[in-house]
Design a protein around this ligand. Structure first.
Ligand code: PMP
Length: 428
């Protein structure tokens, strides 16, 4: 599922070239949908290679959010007036769209949250807090973003549970023997990234979930870096929970979603208390609303949810399989260009990767590279990418990370290479 195998660039055939040209024509038209690419940065055309941090927004998403405020704004789920009913319908339509996008069987399995981080904290503080005790174990991998580490550490402090980590090898792949060894009767929860934001590694989540299920252990998948790049089917994957952020998939910031199997969501206690998550309240007793309202206390990010629905409509029109195929070519191209440069060492060379090239440059600090590229209008990320344990694993303080989306072009990769050569000349 959604697995991308790196192909060799040297063996490019004429047929493959023709296919690429066709795909280029097809995909390059989408770039015009993103108004930001008309901007210049430091007097240069913007080359945006930081989509893993946040993606740019197509005009339709910007317009959808603006139009909500201009012509449709009302609170949801409580008004009897027309605007409120229409806003409620638009919000719920987005929920249904997300459900179909992820292959969920029912829209009630989708909970709106602030983003990936809140989705993970929600599961830690509901499922984790209500079921874990001293000596129980939570298993994660060495590939995780801080958002999929710290909430579990907090949970361990609260419950006496223990965090176990399946480490990664020199390519940046989880050592499967270690994962297998660490799964046991003590394991009560597994949390895995689908795609690593720092290295681009695609975890074989389907197999890893099946292994955890042999012990009846629920699995949460952090899909922040997967949903913008590949088709995801939560039922095929058989994860118990899947979380992602709207802003990394061409939608607004401050909105994301948690998918949870209906059987789990019904069982879990609420996350936060407040309006909208109740069926009835007295000073003696509150009866909670049904899912998903039980997990959506207070006025939610209504415009964000509606904008996210529009981003998903846009992605579905573009076609996730087409996006994945185009990005695979871009990633191969970027990888092969960087491998030709002697001063560059790639960090993260997993067999299955998506959308990220991370590297260090001999003798030049990542932040200096970032500043020099910025002067040329090229936006990359330099740092630990909220994944300090990965940096420790590779013995580097930081990497330079170029992260791609389907609006990028090979020309932009060439601009990156030229910029890197300049930086190396200046500092190397
Ligand atoms: N997990 C991964 C793999 C990520 O890349 C990110 C964002 N960089 C997060 C979690 C956290 O996402 P957010 O800040 O949108 O909650």
């Amino acid at each position: 599922m959604g697995t991308i195998t790196m192909l060799s660039f040297e063996t490019e055939s004429p047929n493959k070239n023709a296919a690429w040209q066709g795909m280029l024509l097809d995909m390059n038209k989408f770039r015009a949908d993103f108004p930001i690419f008309a901007e210049s940065v430091n007097g240069k055309p913007l080359v945006y290679l930081d989509s893993a941090a946040t993606t740019q927004k197509p005009r339709c998403v910007i317009d959808r959010v603006a139009n909500f405020y201009a012509a449709e704004n009302a609170n949801i789920h409580r008004g009897v007036h027309r605007l409120s009913m229409e806003a409620t319908e638009a919000y719920e339509k987005s929920r249904r769209r997300i459900a179909s996008f992820l292959g969920a069987s029912d829209a009630r399995e989708i909970v709106f949250v602030r983003g990936t981080t809140e989705g993970i904290n929600l599961i830690a503080q509901t499922l984790g807090r209500s079921t874990l005790g001293p000596g129980d174990e939570i298993l994660i991998t060495g590939l995780e973003h801080h958002s999929n580490i710290v909430p579990w550490q907090i949970l361990c402090e609260q419950t006496g549970a223990v965090l176990r980590v399946a480490s990664i090898d020199d390519r940046g792949e989880v050592i499967r023997e270690e994962y297998t060894r660490l799964l046991s009767e003590k394991t009560k929860l597994v949390a895995l990234s689908h795609v690593s934001n720092a290295l681009g590694t695609i975890n074989p989540v389907r197999e890893m979930i099946a292994q955890a299920h042999e012990y009846n252990v629920p699995v949460l998948v952090d899909g922040a870096q997967a949903v913008p790049h590949m088709a995801v089917d939560v039922r095929e994957m058989d994860c118990d929970f899947y979380v992602f952020s709207g802003h990394k998939m061409f939608g607004p910031t401050g909105i994301g979603a948690l998918y949870g199997k209906a059987s789990w969501l019904k069982e879990l206690p609420p996350y936060q208390g407040g309006g909208d998550m109740i069926a009835s309240v007295t000073f003696d007793k509150t009866i909670y609303a049904e899912v998903p309202a039980k997990f959506e206390a207070g006025t939610p990010n209504i415009s964000g949810a509606i904008g996210l629905g529009e981003a998903i409509r846009y992605l579905q029109d573009a076609g996730m399989d087409r996006i994945a195929a185009y990005e695979r070519e871009l990633l191969e191209y970027a990888t092969s260009c960087l491998m030709e440069m002697n001063q560059i060492r790639l960090i993260g060379t997993a067999q299955h990767k998506a959308s990220v090239v991370s590297f260090v440059v001999d003798g030049v600090h990542a932040h200096d590279i970032g500043s020099i590229l910025d002067m040329q209008g090229i936006a990359i990320r330099a740092g630990h990418h909220c994944a300090q344990p990965i940096m420790d694993r590779f013995g580097v303080p930081a990497t330079v990370r170029a992260s791609l989306a389907f609006y990028n072009t090979k020309g932009e990769i060439d601009a990156l290479v030229t910029g890197l050569k300049k930086a190396i000349e200046m500092f190397g």
